[in-house]
Design a protein around this ligand. Structure first.
Ligand code: NKO
Length: 197
């Protein structure tokens, strides 16, 4: 029975648009109207600066953790954790409260994999930081880091359920970067710089 509760509850948690709510509440800003129009930490940094970005990152990251914790709470099996994790990312990317629009799943996905695969998480986080530092393209860093997750899961974890989960999660993150990919290919993607509202 519990099995059927994990996914809907995780989906609802993921659906809470933290960046939109916090932006409006504390900085009187609808992030969907500025910069990349995304509600994530990067656009918060671009639009509002470092502290709003950290707070919104933390909120989205915690949502990812909560999705996996639901699986632990209800059934405590790897499959249950994975279902909670995937559902929370889907909720974040395709929110019930935003007519199935939403974020890109980077911070929330990081929260999910931080619990499911901590070593993989550490490795891809380092890669993400390096790509941001050297290219200043956050979207490129997120796309490459997400793409690495299933590859590292294959080599370092090896269990089929983790590999399938990783491929799906990475697919969801990369798919939501569609507009960034088009800009990167055209050479019009904006390099990161703080507080430009
Ligand atoms: O506004 O379109 P934009 O330029 O904002 O934003 C692009 C960006 C969107 O993502 C975010 C969240 C930023 C979080 C920063 C910490 C990320 C560390 C590593 C992430 C790896 C992703 C793995 C997910 C796999 C399931 O990209």
């Amino acid at each position: 029975m519990e099995m059927f509760l994990i996914a809907p509850i995780a989906y609802l948690i993921g659906s809470i648009p933290s960046g939109l709510i916090l932006g409006k509440l504390f900085w009187n800003t609808d992030l969907r109207k500025f910069g990349s129009k995304n509600i994530g930490a990067t656009n918060a940094y671009r639009t509002l600066g470092i502290y709003p970005a950290i707070i919104i990152f933390a909120a989205d990251f915690v949502k990812g953790i909560l999705g996996v914790l639901l699986g632990i709470y209800f059934l405590n099996t790897p499959i249950a954790m994975i279902i909670g994790g995937i559902a929370v990312i889907i909720g974040h990317n395709w929110s019930l409260f935003l007519r199935f629009s939403g974020g890109k799943g980077v911070a929330t996905g990081l929260g999910v994999i931080a619990i499911l695969m901590p070593i993989v998480t550490l490795a891809i986080f380092i890669v993400w930081v390096l790509i941001v530092v050297f290219t200043k393209y956050v979207s490129l860093a997120s796309i490459v880091a997400a793409g690495l997750v299933p590859i590292l899961a294959y080599f370092w974890i090896g269990q089929i359920e983790y590999i399938i989960f990783s491929a799906l999660a990475a697919g969801f993150v990369i798919y939501r970067h569609k507009s960034n990919i088009i800009r990167l290919l055209k050479g019009t993607e904006v390099k990161i710089k703080a507080g430009n509202k």
